[in-house]
Design a protein around this ligand. Structure first.
Ligand SMILES: O=C(O)CNC(=O)[C@H](CS)NC(=O)CCC(=O)C(=O)O
Length: 277
């Protein structure tokens, strides 16, 4: 059984059809490399110019992006699953906000899990204020069983909250994914360090598919997609600002050895700190 993962670095625009075609290309490329699960960034369906445009586009993602992607996987009849960031409309919201979600779609085109982003990226005093457009999730993430191991879902800004990673590890995750659209400024300062910290403290593989480049006249993302092993080593990395597919093996033997040689979960002082949170 293949335990190979792919991490897609892309640059989504507000053209949903174009973004979908890009996903189909990446799925084809990943199949050539024997990838079992392919990970796409946050907001793969679209990156909008404005809050108003995002609210409008979210109404059509189901029909124009998600269902066609499910159909594509079903028709392919190949052993490849997809983890992908999308927007979904929030039904009956007076402010017409959207949900920022991560879907896990299996090779038969079935949505096996939907995680809704918990921490919203609100930069005080700036035009990056996610909660103007997005409704925060209200449920703890649930790791799911996949052909490559137990997968814990998170999205982008969630990477800054170590408790989410530790929670996912405590619930059995082997792999945590942080699909992202990081800003260039914060990415340069923090992206790699945050990813390596989450990998080291959770002793999980950390998969970081990132949006890169200019999405429109106003938005640009950092890229630098990465795959990090549970020792904290970056084992694959996008070095250029372009479309790229990273590939790596999930080594369950390595995972078990690292956890056996440094049993952090057993040594943690739950007796002291669980009462704090
Ligand atoms: O807007 C969309 O459609 C997709 N969502 C995003 O790009 C989100 C909200 S603006 N970006 C982040 O969370 C960046 C976090 C970040 O850069 C950091 O933590 O430093």
């Amino acid at each position: 059984m293949s335990c190979r993962v792919g991490v897609a670095q892309i640059c989504s625009t507000s053209n949903i059809k174009h973004n979908l075609d890009l996903c189909f290309d990446f799925i084809g490329k990943a199949l050539e490399k024997d990838v079992r699960v392919l990970f796409f960034p946050e907001a793969t369906d679209y990156i909008a110019q404005s809050s108003a445009e995002s609210k409008k586009l979210a109404k059509s993602t189901n029909a124009e992006f998600i269902i066609p992607l499910q159909e594509h996987l079903k028709k392919l009849k190949k052993e490849i699953d997809v983890s992908i960031g999308v927007h979904l409309p929030e039904i009956n919201d007076p402010n017409d906000r959207v949900r920022n979600c991560l879907l896990y779609i299996n090779h038969a085109g079935t949505i096996m899990s939907t995680y809704q982003k918990l921490h919203l990226f609100d930069v005080p005093g700036s035009n990056l204020y996610e909660s103007k457009t997005v409704v925060p999730g209200m449920k703890a993430p649930i790791p799911i069983k996949t052909p490559i191991g137990m997968l814990g879902p998170s999205i982008c800004y969630d990477i800054r909250f170590p408790e989410q990673g530790l929670y996912l590890r405590s619930k059995g995750s082997d792999i945590i994914t942080y699909p992202s659209a990081f800003t260039v400024k914060t990415g340069e300062a923090h992206w790699e360090i945050l990813g390596r910290c989450r990998a080291i403290e959770t002793q999980c593989y950390v998969l970081m598919p990132g949006q890169y480049g200019k999405h429109n006249g106003k938005r640009e993302s950092y890229g630098h997609s990465m795959i990090i092993d549970p020792w904290g080593t970056v084992i694959a990395e996008a070095v250029k600002n372009e479309d790229e597919l990273l590939v790596a093996e999930i080594d369950h033997y390595k995972l078990a050895e690292i956890r056996k040689n440094m049993p952090l979960l057993e040594q943690a002082r739950h007796d002291i700190f669980d009462s704090v949170s």
